[in-house]
Design a binder for this molecule. Structure first.
Ligand code: SF4
Ligand code: SF4
Length: 444
């Protein structure tokens, strides 16, 4: 009998996958580039402050910045060498942030600075949270939320289930797919550590059915653990959205403006979970992350472990560079990522992909009038009417836009993808959210 796949009930769509370019490419480790620029604000919360100065020597894993005043995350050197400057650099969203610039020397990067592993007998919730904070671990799926905070649930919202989000539903990206195939043991070890830390009684790794090799490996690995399992999701965008994953796997509805903890769930990213295992068992700080470099305009599509702070240009060079000069460079996946024009910007902890599209693939169609076909409504996983929200935003009617759900939109882009008139629904909604935030800031 065919297996029943878990799925969320309304909206979403099946996108062209394009994952075959890299799904069978083993993760390779990029050699240290000549220089990295490590941003001091690459997480939710306040920026970290440098704890060293130009001229100081560092090893991979040396603490370079921290901030104990409020929500923040520690930052570590991702290559060995000498700090050459502390200066402003642009990020993918156009923000300028301070960064520690490190020039690589001939040090051996294979010998990082490590913390003491935590012996099994000393593994308690406080020890895990402290280690996760020391290692600078944040959500690597895009949110960048400091993980040590997430591992401390409030007393009135106990967690019974930890879900690992292995949906990876964006086209082209295969980071989680490869990590689930190559590091399943570390993934389940991390899941077990998280469950024990937050007091959950069950843990699940949820993976879309379009990753059959990963699913089989996960199921084999799950047999070795108590109360942990692998579950198969239907292949549907956006299964990777936190609330949709919870609905699909646990059939629990997270209320509007509430966190998953309200329904007893905690969702963690695949790579973040593996980083927890490495921090606890090996004493490794978060210095690298795996990115998918893909698209039909890159010479050698690959999954690469890159030093945080490496430039897009250096990473692209590692993959043979673009096949043509007019390629469109998207940071992140093509649905939610950002097109950039400056290849000098650095990779940050939350960068999951670099996608190079040919101009033909990325054709920017001219927007046509709305024909009221309702396709955007049909695919919206948040049960919104995107066409109405957009119309309100464009007419500066923000009270109406809020009432129509501007703040509830998870910016998945499914509406824009489905729209036959190629209306810039997602861009307008993003602009509307930013404008709303500005207005609220100026009123406070
Ligand atoms: S971007 Fe927002 S409005 Fe559009 S489909 Fe996704 S959740 Fe709905
Ligand atoms: S999908 Fe496009 S054309 Fe159809 S109702 Fe929505 S905005 Fe209008």
């Amino acid at each position: 009998m065919a297996e029943t796949l878990k799925k969320f009930p309304i909206g979403g769509l099946h996108l062209p996958e394009e994952k075959n370019l890299t799904t069978d490419r083993r993760i390779e480790i990029m050699a240290a580039p000549a220089q990295v620029a490590i941003p001091l604000k690459q997480h939710a919360g306040v920026a970290s402050r440098p704890v060293l100065k130009p001229g100081d020597r560092v090893r991979r894993g040396t603490l370079i910045a921290m901030n104990d005043q409020g929500l923040s995350a520690r930052i570590h050197a991702s290559i060995s060498g000498v700090v050459s400057a502390i200066e402003s650099v642009p990020l993918q969203d156009g923000q300028m942030v301070e960064a520690v610039v490190i020039d690589h020397d001939d040090s051996d990067d294979s010998e990082p600075e490590l913390m003491q592993p935590i012996p099994e007998g000393e593994l308690n919730p406080d020890a895990v949270r402290t280690r996760v904070e020391e290692a600078g671990i944040v959500g690597l799926g895009g949110a960048g939320f400091p993980t040590h905070i997430k591992l401390k649930p409030a007393a009135d919202t106990p967690i019974d289930t930890v879900l690992i989000n292995g949906a990876e539903c964006e086209p082209y990206l295969t980071v989680d797919d490869r990590l689930m195939q190559e590091n399943a043991e570390q993934l389940f070890r991390g899941l077990d550590i998280i469950c024990r830390t937050v007091g959950a009684t069950q843990g699940m790794v949820a993976c879309e059915a379009n990753k059959p090799v990963a699913l089989e490996i996960l199921r084999d690995e799950a047999k070795k653990w108590i109360n942990l399992e692998a579950v198969a999701l239907d292949t549907r965008y956006p299964h990777g959205a936190e609330k949709h994953l919870i609905k699909a796997v646990l059939d629990r509805e997270v209320p509007k403006n509430a966190l998953p903890s309200r329904v007893g769930a905690l969702v963690n990213n695949v790579q973040t979970t593996i980083a927890i295992t490495r921090a606890v068992d090996r004493g490794e700080a978060l210095t690298h992350r795996v990115v998918t470099v893909s698209g039909h305009a890159v010479n050698r599509p690959a999954n690469v472990s890159v030093p945080i702070g490496a430039s897009m240009e250096d990473i692209l060079d590692w993959c043979g560079g673009p096949t043509q000069n007019d390629a469109h460079l998207i940071v992140g996946g093509p649905m939610t990522g950002i097109r950039i024009y400056d290849t000098g910007i650095p990779v940050v902890k939350a960068t999951s992909g670099i996608v190079l599209l040919t101009p033909k693939e990325a054709t920017e169609y001219q927007e046509l009038v709305c024909i009221r076909c309702g396709k955007c409504v049909e695919v919206c996983p948040m049960y919104l009417a995107p066409n109405n929200i957009v119309s309100y935003v464009r007419n500066d009617m923000y009270d109406e836009a809020i009432a129509a759900g501007l703040e509830d939109c998870i910016m998945c882009g499914a509406c824009a993808f489905a729209c036959p008139s190629r209306r810039g629904l997602l861009q307008t909604i993003k602009r509307g959210k930013a404008e709303l935030a500005n207005r609220r800031k100026s009123q406070s």
